[in-house]
Design a protein around this ligand. Structure first.
Ligand SMILES: *Cc1c(COP(=O)(O)O)cnc(C)c1O
Length: 391
């Protein structure tokens, strides 16, 4: 066998492999598993995108290599959306870039900035891509704990100056996966200022910015005055438009960071298919707000349904104000054992420790199943003996 590169050792062990294996064994016994696991919308994509992709797929001019920096029609549609939705002006040419899903963009951005010895400031728990690619690139992750008592916001003032001195990037993600937490504009303003003072690039992962279930709509970091000097933001069509399989998102903000990401991408991929970018433009141009409102309404009802189930179980869980994730403290605190026990009962949830050290003691449930299946999942949990919930 050819020896793998040493950097492969930096990738965390695949947490989900063991759970997947167990799930297959359970399904082999004939149990139909209800998955509150992966964050992948169950409902169809926005109709305007489906119509556009069908039309554009038939046009031969779309059958060639895409433009490296992305289709102007998509980047203009996104800029217009940012102007309407956030009051943010973007130059489509210099301040936006199409990415093949924000996961791709986040991963490649790290390669543009991080070299051995550099520090990346990353929330914990968090989306695993930030830490995985920092490790591959030889960088060091400095974890920013997200704790319930601080509303799952990191405490930037607790970062030692000698760590901040070595830091290149700060990752933030609000509304947040996996905690469902939100932040206000003041928090983003402080983060921008903190990064400006220290010469750190603020990377805001805005995958859930359209998914507020309650209260004020969430903010783009670019709403902060001067944010473009220090911040890049990733916008994703995946979750809000039910388009996870299409692989479409965008980087927006700081022109230098956008250009650097573009250079990595030019040398790596050849961009997203124009038919899909036209579809994204159609989705953004044709009143996406109504679609967001409809979807968020569905997630809100599901959340309330699940909360009612939690009440019946005697499981105390704070309902999220945004995203489609419920971050639930585990009775007894052993999230892996608890997730395994639920899986044996036919319910998939994700153990929080998969998102980092500070995710321990929680499980994440995703609201991407029908209310009927939510009820069925609750019934299965209620049937556990002995009950894990003290009453
Ligand atoms: C789902 C998700 C992404 C990736 O979204 P794509 O645009 O589909 O690649 C990025 N960040 C977070 C926090 C996510 O939950």
């Amino acid at each position: 066998m050819v020896k793998l590169a040493r950097r492969m050792d930096t990738l965390p062990p695949y947490l989900f492999a063991a759970l997947d294996e167990r799930r297959r064994a359970i399904e082999a016994r004939g149990v139909e598993v209800i998955s509150l696991g992966i964050g992948d919308p169950d409902l169809p994509s926005i109709p305007s995108a489906i119509e556009a992709v069908q039309r554009e797929a038939a046009r031969a001019e779309n059958h060639r290599y895409p433009r490296y920096d992305g289709l102007p029609a998509f980047r203009e549609a996104l800029s217009a959306h940012y102007a309407r939705r956030f009051g943010v002006t973007l130059d489509p040419e210099r301040e936006t870039l199409t990415v093949i899903g924000s996961k791709e963009g986040l991963a490649h951005l790290i390669w543009a900035y991080v070299e051995p010895g550099d520090v990346v400031l990353s929330p914990d728990p968090s989306y695993p891509v930030y830490a995985a690619h920092t490790g591959l690139a030889g960088g060091e992750v400095y974890s920013l704990p997200l704790r319930a008592e601080r509303g799952f916001l990191p405490d930037l003032d607790s970062i030692p100056e000698n760590v901040a001195d070595r830091a290149k990037l700060l990752f933030l993600n609000y509304p947040n996966n996996p905690t469902g937490a939100t932040c206000d504009l003041d928090f983003l303003r402080d983060a921008v200022e903190w990064c400006r003072c220290r010469g750190i690039l603020l990377v805001h992962d805005a995958a859930y910015v359209e998914m507020t279930l309650e209260g004020e709509p969430a903010h783009s970091v670019l709403e902060v005055d001067g944010a473009k000097d220090v911040a890049i933001e990733f916008y994703s069509l995946s979750k809000p438009f039910n388009m996870t399989g299409w692989r479409l998102g965008a980087a927006v903000g700081n022109a230098q960071a956008i250009a650097a990401l573009g250079r990595i991408k030019n040398n790596t991929d050849s961009g997203q298919w124009h038919a899909i970018q036209y579809a994204g433009a159609a989705a953004l141009n044709n009143g996406p707000e109504a679609f967001f409102a409809e979807m968020n309404g569905i997630y809100r009802s599901r959340r309330d349904r699940l909360s009612a189930g939690f009440d019946r179980l005697g499981w105390e869980v704070e309902p999220p104000k945004a995203t489609f994730y419920v971050w639930a403290p585990v009775p007894g605190g052993d999230d892996r054992a608890f997730a395994a026990r639920l899986l044996d009962a036919g319910v998939v949830v994700v153990p929080g420790s998969g998102y980092g050290e500070h995710g321990k003691g929680y499980v994440r449930l995703c609201l991407t199943v029908s209310e009927r299946d939510i009820d069925r999942a609750i019934e299965r949990i209620a049937a556990l003996t002995p009950s894990p919930f003290a009453r």
